[in-house]
Design a protein around this ligand. Structure first.
Ligand SMILES: *Cc1c(COP(=O)(O)O)cnc(C)c1O
Length: 391
């Protein structure tokens, strides 16, 4: 018999009750060190006091109004995102998929408005993840997720990850934009080679295409900069963010330059809930913390320390692990064994981690993680690795 909750997830048997900082507590009393962060969402940890205050205050004032009204908190959040990025304008929605989907709409509209309505196709990379809507599934092109859902939406071409020659060769007179995760998350926690984004920017400039970044997972401090592409110093025309923007309150955003958003005039896009007063109260509170001087630098220091220790672990257990990859606190450990089995053992020992594609163990601690919590996690990694059956 089907469960009342539609069974689309293979769920862990951990019934969550409450959280505090890096810890998650289950209804049966179990306490876990949470290095999943709700899949790169709760980057400030669970129940951050500043966020509780901001959302509680807003809950007493106004929950929702619709975007027919001016929403001061939304204007403020947009202004702050603009001041801290390449963008000139922001549209708020409720999820990563919606933010990516709008990014694609903005790019097509730009081409249409600037005399190229025939340019509608987007080139994306193999191994990407962009969401579960029809357009974002087609954008990523992962067959496993598309199977059984009918004709795949037209308009997307795919090339190998981190291969500029293939990317350049795939451009044709119907191409509107290039879409990329500056660091791939879901697909295997992969950072591209140093000049990849720069090369994509050059292709866009040469052919009159727009560059779209999907920073839904790697953005908002996850790699030690506010946005992952800052490491490469190459800005896009359009960017999708979501996950950590509300620290668990659903909010996503599509950021764009004035040039790219030329066609986005009244009536061209909308969302009932997007950027409502509650969501933007959460978003503003997240930025209050993340933009505090030293916050991101501290997260980056933790990442370097953690990575160093994971590299030592990998060196000691070559039969289990291959190498450490990713960027900042978006950490991947390429495994020799099945990472899902390892994640189960970690969980049984009180540590929550994830898997990603390409046989990778994915570790996403909150950005507020301390050295003591990393010590605790390393103790669990070492124990599980030591006890792993020799084959
Ligand atoms: C999670 C994710 C999405 C989809 O976000 P949802 O909020 O689940 O729709 C899109 N792109 C990337 C890179 C993601 O990691």
């Amino acid at each position: 018999m089907i469960t009342p909750v539609m069974p689309t997830y293979g769920r862990w048997n951990v019934a969550v009750e409450r959280g505090e900082g890096c810890y998650l507590y289950a209804t049966d009393g179990h306490k876990y060190l949470d290095f999943t962060s709700g899949i790169a969402v709760t980057s400030l940890g669970h129940c951050h006091p500043h966020l509780i205050d901001a959302v509680t205050e807003q809950a007493k004032k106004l929950w929702h109004s619709s975007n027919l009204f001016r929403i001061p908190g939304q204007e403020r959040l947009a202004q702050r995102l603009v001041e801290n990025s390449f963008a000139d304008t922001v549209f708020f929605n409720n999820s990563g998929a919606e933010a990516v989907e709008l990014s694609i709409k903005v790019a097509r509209k730009y081409q249409s408005e600037t005399g190229h309505p025939e340019r509608y196709r987007v080139i994306a990379c193999n191994g990407s993840f962009h969401g579960r809507s029809f357009a974002t599934l087609a954008a990523a092109g992962a067959e496993a997720y598309l199977k059984g859902f009918g004709p795949v939406m037209d308009g997307f071409d795919h090339v190998a990850w981190d291969n500029l020659n293939e990317m350049r060769a795939a451009v044709n007179d119907k191409t509107a934009a290039l879409l990329v995760e500056p660091v791939q998350g879901e697909g295997g926690v992969r950072a591209p080679s140093q000049d990849f984004l720069k090369g994509m920017r050059a292709i866009c400039d040469e052919f009159g295409l727009l560059l779209i970044y999907d920073e839904v997972q790697c953005g908002l401090g996850r790699t030690g900069k506010l946005f992952a592409h800052e490491w490469a110093g190459v800005t896009p025309d359009i960017m999708a963010v979501a996950k950590a923007l509300g620290n668990g309150f659903p909010i996503g955003a599509c950021l764009a330059t004035e040039k790219a958003a030329v066609g986005m005039v009244p009536g061209t896009h909308g969302s009932t809930f997007g950027g409502n007063p509650m969501a933007v109260a959460a978003g503003n509170a997240v930025l209050d913390v993340m933009l505090e001087p030293g916050f991101l630098e501290r997260a980056e220091r933790m990442s370097q320390m953690f990575r160093g220790r994971l590299e030592d672990l990998v060196g000691k257990h070559r039969n289990l692990f291959d190498h450490v990859r990713g960027a900042g606190l978006l950490i991947g450990v390429k495994c020799v064994i099945t990472p899902g089995d390892f994640v189960t053992k970690l969980r049984e020992n009180g540590l929550l981690c994830l898997t990603a594609g390409d046989n990778v163990l994915r570790i996403l601690p909150p950005l507020i993680v301390t050295e003591a919590e990393i010590d605790q996690a390393m103790g669990v990694f070492e124990k599980v690795a030591r006890e792993w059956p020799k084959s």
